[in-house]
Write a protein that binds this ligand. Structure first.
Ligand code: AHR
Length: 330
């Protein structure tokens, strides 16, 4: 079956012949046309930024998979700013890319630009993070993790570990980027998992923006304000790794005096877990590149794709991290 892009190229070429004829008559010229001069699929991808080890691994996965699939990738780094992502998507529309994919920095505020892409006939794929648009026709599919489940798995592990604990268990939470799907969902999943245990109390919860430096700084504040912290739940490894420094500087032993639970399972996080400094990690896989390229080809060809495709993930204890580390790819 010929692709929709090829059909677009043929239509554009036909229109071009007509236009050339009329321009020759008026002595003007314009090349215009589809952004993919050859027959390569052109994918515009707007990345959140480079805030974490997870994000770096995700960018590498996307770039490598595009090259392997023979897809021309137009990559944009939004530096964690929604306005930059909106600008990038508008640029992709202007360049007439075949498919747009992006990992939305926050959940809300996408309807206008998504409608612009739809009106231009360019299919959009959400990767990693979802949007809260009521109109599900604004994008073709979502590829990524179940963040609520990740938070729930983290909470369930804690419930299991603290079974039979007599006194209160004081928890501090380092949230991801405010308004982002993983921060909202992981918070929700964790809170639900511990809800039936009144001795498990979140005594402080604040954003560390998924960054190591911010994780350290917020943990310092937590430690000053709360002398009896038992558990840290960090929404990603990087914030947990930053918090490690603050905990050690405060004269406490991470993984012993304070139990540390994180999400992602990137190499540095797995090393901390294997070293006994973290206690548990719920995995979030950044290796979305190959599936994204397959989806891009399908939506561009006008094929039906599932509305939601979830990544398969697991969890790691300290022992499991020791076993998995040597073959960990990211
Ligand atoms: O959206 C996925 C999250 O974003 C990862 O857990 C975090 O590390 C990243 O920055």
């Amino acid at each position: 079956m010929r692709t929709r892009r090829t059909a677009r190229v043929i239509i554009a070429a036909f229109a071009g012949v007509l236009l050339a004829g009329s321009m020759a008559a008026c002595g003007n010229s314009d090349t215009g046309g589809d952004s993919g001069g050859d027959d390569k699929l052109v994918l515009g991808f707007s990345q959140v930024g480079a805030e974490s080890g997870w994000r770096t691994a995700n960018t590498t996965s996307i770039k490598e998979a595009a090259a392997a699939a023979g897809i021309e990738l137009k990559f944009d780094d939004a530096q964690q700013k929604q306005e930059n992502q909106i600008k990038a998507i508008r640029n992709f529309i202007q360049q007439k890319v075949d498919v747009i994919a992006f990992s939305p920095v926050v959940e809300s505020g996408w309807d206008t630009v998504l409608k612009e892409a739809k009106d231009a006939g360019i299919p959009v794929i959400l990767t990693d993070r979802a949007v809260d648009s009521a109109d599900k026709t604004l994008y073709k599919t979502f590829l990524g993790s179940d963040f609520v489940k990740e938070g729930r798995l983290a909470g369930e592990w804690l419930v299991e570990q603290t079974k039979g604990a007599s006194g209160p268990v004081n928890i501090v939470e380092l949230q991801g980027t405010t308004g982002s799907a993983p921060a909202n969902d992981r918070k929700e999943g964790f809170a639900k998992a511990i809800a039936a245990n009144p001795n498990l109390k979140i005594v402080a919860s604040q954003s560390g923006d998924f960054k190591r430096a911010d994780g350290k700084q917020v943990m310092e504040q937590f430690l000053k304000a709360n002398p009896d912290i038992d558990v840290l739940f960090a929404h990603n490894d990087d914030m947990g790794l930053g918090a490690l420094e603050a905990i050690t500087a405060a004269g406490k032993v991470p993984g012993k005096d304070i139990t540390i639970i994180t999400i992602d399972a990137v190499k540095d996080g797995m090393q901390a877990l294997a070293d006994g400094k973290f206690n548990f990690i719920a995995e979030c896989s950044p290796l979305l590149g190959p599936q994204l390229m397959e989806l891009a080809k399908k939506v561009e060809a006008g094929e039906e794709v599932p509305a939601r495709i979830e990544t398969e993930e697991t969890t790691f204890t300290q022992e499991q991290a020791k076993a998995a580390l040597p073959s960990r790819k990211y």
